[in-house]
Design a protein around this ligand. Sequence first.
Ligand SMILES: N[C@@H](CCC(=O)N[C@@H](CS)C(=O)NCC(=O)O)C(=O)O
Length: 218
Amino acid sequence: MMQLYFGPGACSFVPHAVLQAAGIEFEPRMVKLHKGEQNEDAFKAINPRSQVPVLVDDGEVITQILAIVGYLDKKLAGANVLPTDAVARAHAIEALSWMNNTVHPTFTHFFMPFKFTKDETAQAEIKKFAAVQYKQHMLDLQALVVRAKAQGHEWLTGAHFGPVDAYALTLMRWGSMAGVNPTDVPQLWAQIEKTAMHAPVAATIERERLKLNMFNPT
Ligand SMILES: N[C@@H](CCC(=O)N[C@@H](CS)C(=O)NCC(=O)O)C(=O)O
């Protein structure tokens, strides 16, 4: 049975929700990131980079969301992890890459500015700057939602729920922590609320015990 190492609320939500949606049996293994379990020897023996997600299948350790999604797509043929149409598939990977290499690191700058400088004044500046960038990323993400809807798609990459939808939920949830008011991105937020109600996603949210809207209007 596959094992997925995840941190509640972390980007590992993406493969977590995808596995749940595929309807296969897997073993979710929680890593308490806030307690630093990712830096303990037991976890480092699995992923020396101290990050989730990690998928273990038959002793094979796979890290990085894009690699895990690609693996699950190949392994769970018929589960519609990624679209099968060549163009739709390319756009799904395009969106995942942007989320992973641009939006995600912007949130890291907001959430953990201490990873980039020891200078506390500079940290405050990094945080402020990242929050402004993050808002723009949410507007760009909303544009993806609007485009998908205009094409008559129920989900971001077509007729099936997939990793792009799960990542969108995670990134918007983080956005609400970074000061993005859901009411400022209404089409995006409506799609995220719908995604959260999709049964396998709702089950994943429950297992991770997540609150969707973390916006604090102060
Ligand atoms: N590019 C990596 C990003 C993984 C990543 O940033 N994981 C974060 C959680 S969202 C993590 O494990 N952080 C632990 C830490 O920073 O100590 C991927 O796609 O898997």
